[in-house]
Design a protein around this ligand. Structure first.
Ligand code: BDP
Length: 663
């Protein structure tokens, strides 16, 4: 309804012609240069303060501004206060707080808003960081926006201008940390040669308040240290890490710490030596402690021989609660399986009473259409915060979607997800709509005739992906390897069963879905009492999770009176319709946007619409074999055949297109 309304409104507007080409490289930081501003400060000039002053001098067009460095009971270290009387003034106990205040003012200016009273802002999370899954050969695991930004072969001698632009963009949304390399970490990153390269990046990022962290390989003492073991209780191993930490801090005095993926998907870890995750993490934490460094230890562990994959992180880590050092943070993915378009939250949140935790979100769209699909992710993260109270969390990580593409993120709307991640790390209570509004106005135009319809697309888009890919709690129906298209039938001889879709959908003649209730894998028991009961009963389980928690008979009556099978058909069809509506809406905003960007997004939406049909047909035709019921007659018929789709193998390297070649 809402979407249709906008189409009519936008068509009635007169067009603005000849908008200048915009390659997207400036992200949301596009203000015209100003020459009018008077910016003063009596504080000792530091590189960070100089940036704050310069940003305001360059772009601020309003009243004169004073910057004052001052402690204030209402402000934490990176917080700031803005007062308008007697003079517009930014106050913060730190230089970085002043810079954040400057970006706040510039954001307001770009949005056309004015500050009426005073503003007090404090970041919610102490650590707000990107995780790059970037390899040292510059490939990016699950990256869809070109190569890695870090030019390791050229560093430390040659320095790309993009390093500073990257740091600036992060600072402008409050991101204050970055893990440079893939969690599947090459031990080489800790060699002196690489640390010298990392230092160059750290020196640039520091001025923008961005601290550098590294992913480390638990077997590093063996691979680059020549030891015969990586056992965390071995004295030589502990000594090796202590020496390495000393070297790291000598080169990068404000280094943040280590991120570790251990005993997961083939990575080495303490369990190789019959030690616990706590013993492994603590050994590293002790090495970093003298320098105030931290260890972020990931809980993404699962094993095909063990229980239901969705239960494993909890089973492994909950019994260790209280055993971790105070400079260890458990980094937990938002959902218990793996960044699916929709998952219930990981029950470890809330279950670790005496251990620091931090959520890990995925900004890169590994499971949400890569850089081809428009999917604004803030609503997904907001949904998480609706169930999980961030009060006990100390940090937030987001797997970056950034690469060497001129516009940084491939899909121009990928920028919105980077932006939204930063804003939510600053304040998880911000709502998706406000963030979309901010991003659209800074990135494109403040004209409401553009902002309103495009914002409506954004806010609807994640649910559309859920609908056309995996509605009602379905998950992991992806093709093996690339996680782009559907392959609910996928069966790779010899593959781990928990890497195959049938492990998750469990389709059979009786019904569909994974029984995780008390009559099944009992994953529901890992949730707090209120949710445990809710999720456990097929009649009270929210339908958006019903196939996650239950094996539901095909003829089960859903809340709207339809059978499960019919509802599934309707959801998939709705997803396709949603994307078609975006195409229509997009056509209507052409006057407001430069031709290149307009066409780029238009062609990506076309691809998305084709892919949505591909998903709908593949999943419905495959499940229909089990349901043995017709697709409701009022719905569009499939356009593909199951047999053809089964033969199709997507060439993911060039992203050349799905089964559309069959037509
Ligand atoms: C999965 C990705 C894989 C990552 C892994 C992880 O498919 O590439 O290495 O998660 O988070 O989502 O460690």
């Amino acid at each position: 309804m809402r979407l249709k309304f906008f189409i009519v409104c936008v068509f009635s507007l007169t067009s603005v012609i000849g908008l200048r080409a915009d390659n997207g490289s400036l992200l949301w930081l596009k203000q015209p240069i100003s020459t009018t501003s008077s910016i003063t400060t009596k504080e000792r000039m530091t590189p960070t303060l100089a940036i704050a002053v310069q940003e305001l001098k360059d772009y601020w067009t309003g009243a004169p501004i004073k910057l004052i460095k001052q402690k204030n009971k209402q402000l934490n270290k990176e917080g700031f206060k803005i007062i308008t009387q007697p003079q517009l003034t930014i106050i913060s106990p730190s230089d970085i707080g002043l810079l954040y205040g400057a970006y706040y003012l510039l954001r307001n200016q770009a949005m056309g808003s004015t500050i009426q009273n005073q503003v007090i802002e404090n970041p919610f999370y102490e650590r707000r960081m990107l995780n790059h899954w970037d390899n040292l050969d510059r490939t990016v695991e699950r990256g869809y926006a070109g190569a890695s930004l870090w030019e390791w072969d050229e560093l430390p001698d040659s320095v790309s201008h993009r390093y500073q632009e990257y740091a600036r963009a992060n600072a402008s949304v409050g991101i204050n940390g970055t893990v440079l390399n893939n969690v599947n970490a090459s031990p080489e990153i800790l060699t002196t040669e690489y640390l010298q390269k990392v230092k160059v990046l750290a020196d640039i990022f520091r001025n923008y308040g961005v601290q550098v962290y590294l992913s480390v390989n638990f077997a590093s003492p063996m691979v680059i240290g020549g030891l015969s073991t990586a056992d965390p209780l071995d004295k030589d191993v502990a000594r090796w890490w202590k020496d390495k930490a000393k070297e790291v801090y000598k080169i990068i005095p404000d280094f943040g710490g280590f991120l570790v993926k251990a005993n997961s998907e083939g990575q080495p870890g303490p369990c190789d030596y019959q030690r616990t995750h706590a013993q492994g993490a603590n050994m590293l934490a002790d090495a970093l402690k003298p320098y105030n460094g931290i260890v972020m230890w990931r809980t993404f562990v699962y094993n095909p021989e063990d229980a239901d994959r969705a239960k494993q992180a909890y089973l492994e880590f909950q019994p260790l609660d209280g055993e971790f050092r105070d400079n260890v943070i458990l980094q937990i993915k938002n959902g218990p399986v793996d960044f699916q378009p929709r998952e219930p939250y990981t029950p470890l949140f809330g279950a670790m009473k005496h251990t620091q935790t931090m959520p890990e979100f995925q900004i890169t769209q590994e499971y949400l259409g890569h850089a081809n699909h428009l999917a604004y992710l803030a609503p997904m993260w907001q949904e998480f915060y609706g169930l999980v109270n961030p009060a006990s969390q100390v940090a937030l990580a987001g797997v970056a979607n950034i690469g060497t593409d001129t516009n940084w993120t491939g899909h121009p709307f990928g920028q919105a997800n980077w932006y939204a991640f930063g804003r939510l790390a600053w304040n998880p209570k911000l709502n998706s709509e406000q963030i979309a509004d901010e991003w659209l106005k800074q990135t494109f135009t403040t004209d409401e005739a553009f902002v309103q319809p495009v914002k409506a697309i954004m806010l609807d888009s994640r649910e559309a992906v859920v609908n056309y890919m995996m509605p009602l709690g379905l998950h992991h129906l992806f093709a093996f390897g690339h996680h782009y298209g559907p392959e609910p039938w996928c069966d790779v001889p010899g593959a781990r069963p928990d890497w195959l879709p049938s492990y998750y959908h469990k389709a059979d003649k009786e019904g569909l879905g994974f029984n995780r209730s008390t009559t099944g894998s009992q994953a529901t028991l890992q949730y707090p009492d209120s949710l445990k009961l809710l999720y456990d009963d097929i009649n009270t389980c929210p339908e958006e999770y019903i196939l996650w928690f239950h094996h539901v008979p095909w003829s089960h009556t859903m809340k709207n009176g339809k059978t499960l099978w019919e509802e599934l058909c309707y959801k998939y069809s709705e997803g396709v319709q949603q994307v078609r509506t975006y195409q229509q809406l997009w056509a209507s905003i052409e006057p407001f946007i430069d031709a290149e960007t307009f066409q780029d997004i238009q062609s990506r939406l076309k691809q998305q619409a084709l892919d949505a049909v591909w998903w709908r047909d593949a999943c419905l035709l495959y499940f229909q074999q089990y349901a043995d019921m017709p697709i409701p007659s009022e719905l569009e018929r499939p356009v593909y055949c199951l047999g053809e789709m089964k033969q199709f193998k997507l060439n993911i390297d060039n992203h050349e297109n799905a089964p559309h070649g069959f037509k």
